[in-house]
Design a protein around this ligand. Structure first.
Ligand code: MN
Length: 496
């Protein structure tokens, strides 16, 4: 068995004091679920403990909503719990207010339209702020059913677009899966159920042959005296949804519906196991990935191979050490656990932390934040932070974040909001100025779509669209509109 983290011993007196203070501060406040408000900060505390976070982070988690929503001040928190806790609470507060207009961080950040980048830099010097925010979001999602349906969708969509990818960038695999699947259930309940059933059926039908494979592997590895653990992993609903979209809904092209994970003691054993698997089953061409020698950008390490078994099943194997496994599931939080001592000391000394993993972008954010506070000039454009490869984040005038692929145009934005909006576009304002539909959107743009009830979709718009999603919506609308002349439409599309 892989050992869970031993229950960590915290200074229970400090934590108890924080709980008492939070209880008093939130007295008389209630959650949408009808429960007393304190239930929420306590749930956040529990999540942070499960992630193995340090005491200051846990205390800040307990107090994370007090400064924004109660009379308690930052000064009082600083007096009671010290600089570090106050800094974290302040960061979480700024993060939530920053999301509603991005005003607070203006104090030390130069003007840039890239709000998302500014946001990341503002909290970059202590990534624990982000971890508290993720725990906060996780509990809010777990209790999302208490909110009205339109709010549910909004929170769930934002989670899919911002927080789940962030969890992925921090290599917090378990969190990413939970955030994504919880959200997807609200964003597209029908599709969620459909895919969930499909996965269950598939796993059921594969259960017998999986068991046989496990037995074969076990026998072979025992012969070689390799210590190991083997377990099946179920693909998450949302990742299946995304993969199907990438492969034109063709299930036959999804090779990792079933995966078996083999966890061994050291790196040499990983490669040994890979060889043994290939001697038992036929590996598929081009499907062997060595993420041990070449880790993913988020630090993920493992060997992957897809094989065809004797009964013609396609199965993916993931082979890794215990440490790699721990890191794949808990990511940044796992590094904090192992490096807490060092980190805490360095924070006390005010040193910038160089993370033990290859999460270099975090170090870069930390250094940038420090430079900005010292009043030094920073060229934000030169930052090599590629948090979300090929993605841009733009904003509605109300401040909602919409993610689009790099290269997206105003109509893509409009159709992403709603097909009703897309179908009736008459113009677009970008950052408050009238613009045209050919204008490529840029990171951080504030996009306002102007619509008119009398407008109808135009076939000329097909040239002003970048995303397959918008193209599909527009094509459908055009077909409905001119279903008497489908041939003309078809020709036009081919010409493109
Ligand atoms: Mn909260």
């Amino acid at each position: 068995m892989i050992q869970n983290h031993p229950e960590k011993l915290h200074d229970s007196k400090r934590i108890e004091k924080a709980i008492e203070l939070a209880k008093k501060a939130h007295e008389g406040q209630f959650r949408k679920t009808g429960e007393p408000y304190i239930v929420h900060p306590l749930a956040v505390k529990k999540i942070l403990e499960e992630w193995g976070m340090d005491e200051d982070t846990i205390i800040a988690g307990i107090l994370h909503d007090t400064v924004e929503d109660t009379p308690l001040t930052l000064e009082e928190i600083k007096k009671e719990f010290g600089e570090s806790v106050a800094f974290l609470v302040d960061g979480v507060t700024k993060l939530s207010t920053a999301r509603n207009g991005m005003r607070d961080i203006d104090t030390y950040l130069p003007a840039t339209r890239d709000n998302f980048l500014r946001l990341m830099i503002a909290l970059g010097d202590d990534i624990r702020v982000l971890i508290i925010k993720l725990a906060d979001r996780l509990h809010n999602l777990r209790t999302l059913s208490a909110l009205p349906p339109d709010k549910q969708k909004k929170v769930a969509k934002e989670t899919l677009e911002v927080f789940a990818p962030l969890a992925d960038r921090l290599n917090m695999g378990l969190l990413r899966v939970e955030l994504a699947d919880l959200s997807f259930k609200y964003v597209d309940p029908r599709r969620y159920e459909e895919l969930k059933n499909l996965l269950e059926k598939y796993n059921k039908s594969a259960a017998k042959s999986l068991q046989k494979i496990e037995e074969e592997i076990t026998e072979s590895l025992k012969k070689e005296k390799i210590k190991f653990e083997i377990s099946g992993r179920v693909k998450s609903v949302y990742s299946l949804h995304k993969k199907l979209a990438k492969h034109n809904q063709n299930m036959g092209e999804i090779y990792d519906l079933i995966a078996l994970r083999i966890i061994v003691e050291d790196i040499t054993s990983c490669y040994l196991v890979l060889g043994l698997i290939h001697s038992l089953y036929t590996p598929m061409n081009g499907r062997i990935k060595d993420y041990i020698a070449m880790p993913k950008q988020n630090g993920y390490q493992s060997l992957h191979t897809t094989v065809i078994t004797k009964d013609k099943r396609i199965i993916e194997f993931q082979i890794r050490t215990k440490e790699m496994h721990e890191y794949a599931e808990r990511g940044l939080a796992a590094s904090f656990y192992y490096n807490e001592q060092k980190l805490t000391e360095n924070y006390k000394k005010g040193k910038i932390e160089h993370l033990p993993t290859n999460l270099l972008w975090i170090t870069e954010l930390q250094m940038t934040a420090a430079r900005l506070r010292e009043g030094k000039k920073v060229d934000l454009k030169k930052l090599k932070i590629n948090l979300f490869a090929d993605k841009i984040f733009v904003y509605t005038p109300k401040g909602d974040i919409i993610d689009l692929p790099n290269g997206a145009l105003p109509l893509d934005f409009a159709y992403k909001l709603h097909s009703e909006i897309g179908d009736h576009v008459v113009g677009v304002k970008i950052n408050g100025k009238m613009s045209n539909l050919n204008k490529k959107l840029e990171q951080g743009d504030v996009v306002e779509i102007l619509t008119s009830k009398n407008q109808t979709p135009k076939s000329s718009w097909l040239d002003k669209i970048f995303t397959p999603h918008a193209r599909e919506k527009l094509t459908r609308a055009l077909r409905l509109l001119n279903h008497s002349e489908p041939k003309r439409l078809k020709k036009r599309k081919q010409k493109k």
